[in-house]
Design a protein around this ligand. Structure first.
Ligand code: FAD
Length: 482
């Protein structure tokens, strides 16, 4: 159906703005991924009733619906051809003692500010900081540096309110959905899930064993099962003291080998950056190092500081306890993606596709071997940083723009290697346009067919974000903007 016609018809049934001017559509054609896909109209629902009217309209007219939060997703999850729902007005925050009820469109920065006033914080902390929304975080099962101690969204999601594609508002956990899902989820499927501390691939049925877990089906569901209206999430007290220890290593492998013993000490965060990112550090670094670990503890500080200095094979560069200084270094680490972008030439590109694999931490050295093999086979460079304590490496292949299509070949080989290491193709960013076609090979036919049946329960007509999680053919190199 034509854009204008959709806009006019929607304007008749809802009171919120519905726009379809080219300038607006261009803005919503991109997110932080490597893709561009032009939608038909953008709707800005003001309340649940608007969404309850829009979804059945879209279903009746076979128009896809894609929900958009901050558009900071790295895999094109928020891009779609039909109606985009911009959730910005769903921004209520109600702070409880150990949890918070928060609207799906609330920006994380706003929530952080409010929680800080109460001496609390949200565990999962994507490096993009304030610019992502709670709905987007839930839909991707987001995490961040401090997820090592405080978990991903799935570990913190107590309750979620969604609207399904037929316009029904439901709160999970709920008995009816629990019965339907628990019939499908058999305990033996666990063995085909990767053995990792975080995972955003497919539907996380491995985390569901009883009715009280049913809300977890929405974490990592990428807007394919329902529109997230609000959620109740766990919060934590702000730590009284923190120490950050910066350690330099001669090689990435040496750092990777050190990760398991540091993780044993239960740090709050354990991050890694390679020499490409280190080049952007303004302070002089004494040692000739190929990479650095950023280790944070917010408990047993004295003891852990001594333990780290005893066990490390690297060079301790700094031990920082002043919060403002810690925040400066955190910000530096969180800017790794922008530092990577400024490290490449105009003729090069850095597609986001193999940027999020996660393996058991004991397998990190083998993951680095795999990356080294691909680097020499495909004659490319890589930039590496990420959440080492979770085995989650953000690997950015630097390719000549004219060769960008080989990324699919690289991804196939890399993901096969990651699966062989018992890892996941995505630890926090999700499947989106980039990785949906690899979900089936990650889990195998049996689990994939359960995913399809779950989609059928919530959205039998595939109105909600079609082509994400459940594949509609190869999308990896289609709609690339880079
Ligand atoms: C520089 C940079 C650093 C990053 N670092 C991290 C990191 O450390 N950890 C991490 O986990 N991620 C990271 N990301 C990825 C991204 O920030 C997260 O995936 C974030 O959670 C996306 O939130 P968003 O609001 O921008 O979602 P969007 O990009 O708008 O959407 C993402 C997905 O969520 C769906 N969605 C959005 N809102 C809703 C809703 N209300 N209901 C249903 N579905 C919805 C969309 O349809 C889409 O599938 C980073 C991104 C950038 C650019």
């Amino acid at each position: 159906m034509q854009r204008n016609k959709i806009r006019k018809q929607l304007a008749r049934i809802v009171s919120c703005s519905v726009l379809s001017d080219n300038e607006i559509l261009d803005l919503y054609s991109v997110d932080a991924s490597s893709y561009r896909l032009k939608p038909s109209v953008i709707a800005f629902p003001r309340n649940e009733h608007d969404i309850i009217k829009i979804l059945p309209y879209a279903k009746r007219n076979k128009i896809p619906i894609t929900v958009r939060g901050g558009g900071t997703g790295l895999v094109g999850g928020a891009l779609g051809k039909g109606i985009i729902l911009d959730m910005r007005y769903f921004d209520k925050i109600k702070i409880g003692q150990e949890s918070v009820e928060v609207g799906g469109g609330t920006f994380k920065g706003q929530l952080d500010k409010e929680l800080r006033k109460h001496g609390r914080f949200l565990g999962p902390d994507p490096s993009i900081g304030p610019y992502c929304t709670i709905g987007g975080m839930i839909a991707t099962n987001a995490s961040g540096s401090h997820s090592l101690k405080y978990g991903s969204i799935i570990d913190n999601l107590i309750q979620v309110k969604i609207i399904t594609s037929d316009g029904k508002l439901i709160t999970l956990p709920n008995k009816k959905i629990a019965k339907q899902l628990l019939e499908l989820i058999k305990p033996q499927i666990q063995k085909n899930f990767p053995h990792v501390s975080k995972n955003s691939c497919g539907y996380r049925i491995d985390k569901i064993s009883s009715e009280k877990d049913i809300q977890k089906i929405i974490a990592a569901s990428e807007g394919t099962l329902g529109v997230i209206i609000s959620a109740k999430l766990k919060t934590f007290p702000l730590p009284k003291k923190t120490i950050m220890i910066l350690i330099a290593y001669r090689t990435l492998k040496q750092a990777a080998l050190a990760v398991p013993e540091i993780v044993e000490l239960k740090p709050a965060a354990l991050e890694i950056i390679d020499e490409n990112i280190m080049q952007h550090i303004k302070t002089k670094i004494r040692n000739k190092a190929q990479c650095m670990l950023f280790v944070e503890f917010d408990e047993n500080i004295k003891k852990n500081r001594i333990q780290v200095s005893k066990l490390t094979s690297g060079n301790i560069l700094k031990e920082i306890t002043k919060l403002s200084e810690i925040i400066k270094w955190r910000n530096f680490r969180n800017s790794a993606l922008s530092h990577s972008l400024s490290s490449i030439s105009k003729r090069e590109t850095m597609p986001s596709l193999i940027e999020d694999a996660t393996v058991p931490i004991s397998k990190l050295p083998l993951l680095l071997d795999l990356i080294e093999c691909l680097v020499s086979k495909y004659d490319m460079k890589t930039i590496i940083y990420g959440h080492a304590g979770n085995g989650n490496l953000h690997v950015r292949p630097v390719l000549k723009k004219k060769n960008k299509r080989i990324i699919k070949k690289i991804a196939k080989e890399y993901f096969a290697g990651v699966a062989a290491l018992n890892g996941t193709i995505t630890g926090e960013h999700g499947d989106g346009l980039a990785r949906t076609e690899f979900v089936k090979s990650q889990y195998g036919d049996e689990i994939y067919s359960i995913f399809k049946r779950i989609k059928h329960i919530f959205d039998p007509t595939y109105t909600l974000n079609p082509g994400k999680i459940i594949s509609k053919g190869s999308m990896v190199t289609r709609n690339l903007k880079i």
